[in-house]
Write a protein that binds this ligand. Structure first.
Ligand SMILES: C[S@@+](CC[C@H](N)C(=O)[O-])C[C@H]1O[C@@H](n2cnc3c(N)ncnc32)[C@H](O)[C@@H]1O
Length: 295
């Protein structure tokens, strides 16, 4: 039974401790610390990503595009090896073209080449692809632009560290080297990936100089077909990269035109596909690889 005195106790006001009030300065400080933490996490993750691809120093479109591509399609070519230069985004071997390129090289070289010259190496993505595909080959990479050649040298040092295979870098005009070639000293494979004059067919359509460069591919003052014929005559298998709008049959005819009779030059064409265009992969051609051998 509840007595009157017990009831009065229950109805007495209870002295609870004062609730802790968050004063405005405390809330502000907490918010500042939280924001600083979030910014720090974002910066750290950006630094981590940048240092994986593109050497960390240059966040170019190349590294952005490569980062967004599924790297698992690529093994064993690692895009973390490459520091980039200004033209890299539209001139280097891109990850989504690696598979087709490797398939073409594998089809063409049942016996691996022992000596390879990349005559237009740029930052060396194709060169690195040769390095991983043909681990026993002696590889030399030419780059005419001294600034780019310095990047190439650093990239090839990283490739050597990762693969155990050296690449000899020459900051020089490969046309002079090709002119000097004789059958006795010709490498098994010469690769020619000449500048196409800009960032693509769309840019070429707007820019007459780029369009003309894509039509009249060459090395120095020589048309590309003449360089290809000269290198093939010296005894090398010549692999060259051509924009997709090239009339390949006509280009092959021009190469044959430069052939010294009675020798002939055999030409094989490979399509390079863009892995990102899976649905249309059978029909889509990103560019051509032309393989030329003198009889
Ligand atoms: C289209 S890029 C090659 C890209 C390269 N295959 C890659 O995957 O990184 C062409 C490069 O050839 C270089 N080049 C042009 N003419 C040359 C020559 N005569 N000798 C050596 N390099 C040359 C250019 O400076 C440019 O860097």
């Amino acid at each position: 039974m509840v007595t009157a005195s017990a009831l009065s106790k229950l109805t007495e006001p209870v002295n609870l401790p004062e609730p802790v009030k968050m004063t405005e300065p405390v809330i502000l400080t907490a918010l500042v610390i939280l924001t600083a933490l979030i910014v720090l996490v974002i910066i750290m993750s950006l630094i981590a990503r940048a240092s994986v691809i593109g050497g960390g120093a240059r966040a170019t479109r190349f590294s952005e595009a490569v980062r967004n591509f599924d790297q698992r399609a690529l093994a064993p070519l690692d895009y973390g090896w490459f520091e980039t230069a200004d033209a890299t985004a539209y001139s280097s071997l891109m990850p989504w073209h690696v598979r087709s390129t490797q398939e073409a090289l594998a089809a063409e070289f049942a016996r691996p080449p022992r000596t390879i010259v990349d005559a237009t190496a740029h930052i060396g993505v194709d060169t690195a692809n040769f390095r991983v595909m043909f681990p026993h080959a002696a590889i030399t990479a030419f780059e005419i632009d001294r600034g780019v050649a310095a990047v190439l040298r650093r990239n090839m040092a990283r490739v050597a560290k990762a693969t155990g295979g050296e690449v000899q870098v020459r900051a020089a005009d490969s046309l002079e080297y090709i002119r000097e070639l004789t059958r006795a000293q010709a490498p098994d494979l010469i690769y020619l990936d000449p500048p196409w004059g800009g960032s693509g067919a769309a840019a070429a359509a707007r820019d007459p100089a780029a369009a003309s460069a894509r039509r009249n591919l060459g090395l120095g003052s020589l048309p590309l077909a003449a360089v290809v014929a000269m290198a093939a005559h010296a005894g090398a298998v010549v692999v060259t990269k051509l924009p997709r709008e090239t009339d390949v049959a006509e280009f092959a005819q021009r190469v044959r035109h430069y052939a010294e009779a009675p020798r002939r030059i055999r030409v094989t064409r490979y399509a390079v596909h863009d892995l990102r265009v899976r649905a249309r992969a059978h029909a889509h051609v990103a560019y051509w690889l032309l393989v030329c051998r003198a009889d």
